[in-house]
Design a protein. Sequence first.
Length: 583
Amino acid sequence: MTLLAALKEQIAEIVVRLGGEGTIPPGLDTINVVVELPRNPDHGDLSTNVAMVLAKPAQMSPRDLAALIAPKIEALGAVASLDVAGPGFINLRLVPAAWHAELHDILAAGPAYGTSQVGGGEKINVEYVSANPTGPMHVGHCRGAVVGDSLANLLAKAGYAVTREYYINDAGAQVATLARSLHLRYREVLGETVTMPDGWYPGDYLIPAAQSIATSDADKWLNVDESVWFEPFRATAVDAMMVMIREDLAALGIRHDVFFSEKTLHSAGKIDSALADLEGRGLVYKGVLAPPKGKEPEDWEPREQTLFRATDFGDDTDRPLQKSDGAWTYFAADIAYHRDKIARGFTHMVDVWGADHGGYIKRMKAAVAALSGGTAELDVRITNLVKLMRAGEPMKMSKRSGNFVTLREVVDEVGRDVTRFMMLTQKPESPLDFDFQKVTEQSKDNPVFYVQYAHARIRSVMRRAGDEVPAVSTAPESLRAADLEKLSHNAELALIRQMALWPGVVENAARAHEPHRVAYFLYDLASAFHTLWNQGTEAPELRFLIEENPELTRARLALLQGVAAVIASGLGILGVEPVEEMR
């Protein structure tokens, strides 16, 4: 068990004991108690909110409750001193040996440090990307892809059994338009002069598929009715686009375990089956919806529709399941799709959607609650727009016009690692500015450079160590045997304290489904490392390599090895390769 986790558990045990003694009410829930670094390092090594969290259920003031809990915490072997601050925060200073022991654990675990079993092997389905197969992926898809893939990595690190899924929207009107666009390109390849209608797909990415059809079938599909050529062209177009999409994802280092076709829901009758199930429970009915709130649209007219009782499960209105032509709505297909996930044993599901789907969340949560009888949970993570810029000037994108910047173009220009890291430098629900010039700057303001530079600096020190301090080996077993008590400077201990947060970051970020917390943590850890590095340039006694003191050198190299391991662990979740040197 890690140091911070052990302290939290000991604090919880103290609360239980005080409750058993009758000093405070028994049975107080400590689930929201945290042990963390204080914002101001002058306040101590660590701080806990135990008195603040439990004051209300204990019906005591936080200060009074802290006065009862604090002496018990102070008696713990790792605690050197303690004080109660402000409204009731308990600030702790630990004996250096406690931090040295934690660094020893970090060195023993290496990049596996922070791996948790909090997920307990529980199955969880993470669906992400799910871009319509109507062309190559653009940078908006890129953000959802990185968020989803990093979340899947994070959940796996935290001990969940993760399935990564892509939902292929291959049964709707957009795919029909794609098939017609491909047929028009086919006619063009065979010599016709064509004009792409508005709303079709004019990009040249359909030309190779059209050429392939022309080569294999000549003019077979040229003068026949659409009912004859439509299905072969639809299938060919989707297959060609999915090959392109898979290649784009591979360039970003992303893989999926399952590619699920929407079309199979229709062909296998799964939509009918899902809605019959809901209807059998009285959750589907014929009715007339009220007009939309606000100004009533001119073309709105009341009509009887097949509706799902979404309001029974927290939605704002009941939702249509059939269009006026009798075809199922997208929502009906999504109900069947999530029912299929539940049938596959997933009671925990995460969907990563674009910001334009934000209004769809309540109905899908309602559907999952209805389908599962409340036993399954759906969490929807929204990713906002990415604004592409070059030297501060915006770049335009339009998938339908064919004038857009593809994911592949971004990756080819700045690299996979930069692309992935930068997509997590803001909360996914916030807009993100991606400036091609700024993301490749070598400065503190560029977080991916700042983190990678920390790792590269460490590797540089390790390479120089053999020449500058020949008596010291950088072999892992040698560093694990270092005398860590020699690490006594506050900046050294501060670096260990920052590393010690990592297991908690993994668990908390996994529970919250927020992989961007990993990027934030890595930046803070890199900052703590660079602070120590800069101090060493000004004070020679703080340098990592000191020829006349090999044992102190070995201890400091062990510290650096720990930092490198934690950075590698975090970058692994983000899907970023730690660099050995900066060019």
